[in-house]
Design a protein around this ligand. Sequence first.
Ligand SMILES: [Fe+2]
Length: 132
Amino acid sequence: MSIGSAGSEFPRTGFLDRQRQEMQNLVGHLSVCLDNLSMGDGNSAEIRRAYFWKLNDLFEAAIVHFRCEEEWLAAVCYPFLAEHQMEHGHFIEKMSEALLLANEKPIDPTTVKYAAEWIGKHERKSDGNHAE
Ligand SMILES: [Fe+2]
């Protein structure tokens, strides 16, 4: 579904796109941490700390981005807002769990894979449904 120019006064396109790009950048940073760890390149405690804070940044960036996007979708009366919010909620829940475990257990590479795949798929399919 395309909403067209509805709500065009809302600073949506560039702002939300920049937020999405920032989330992808953070996933890229997490991948670098994993690569460094797997290659034994650098101090593992430092890498783990960097990984934790990048994961924390991704979690916070996602919360802010989802809130902004949902506010915009509500403003333009997007008919599938509830479903979209549920998708966002699943991602936040997964990242929240990963963050809680990040200090207690070895880094789980599936978290980064999940985040990269979720963001890519969500952007192509769900966010693409309300893109201009
Ligand atoms: Fe979304």
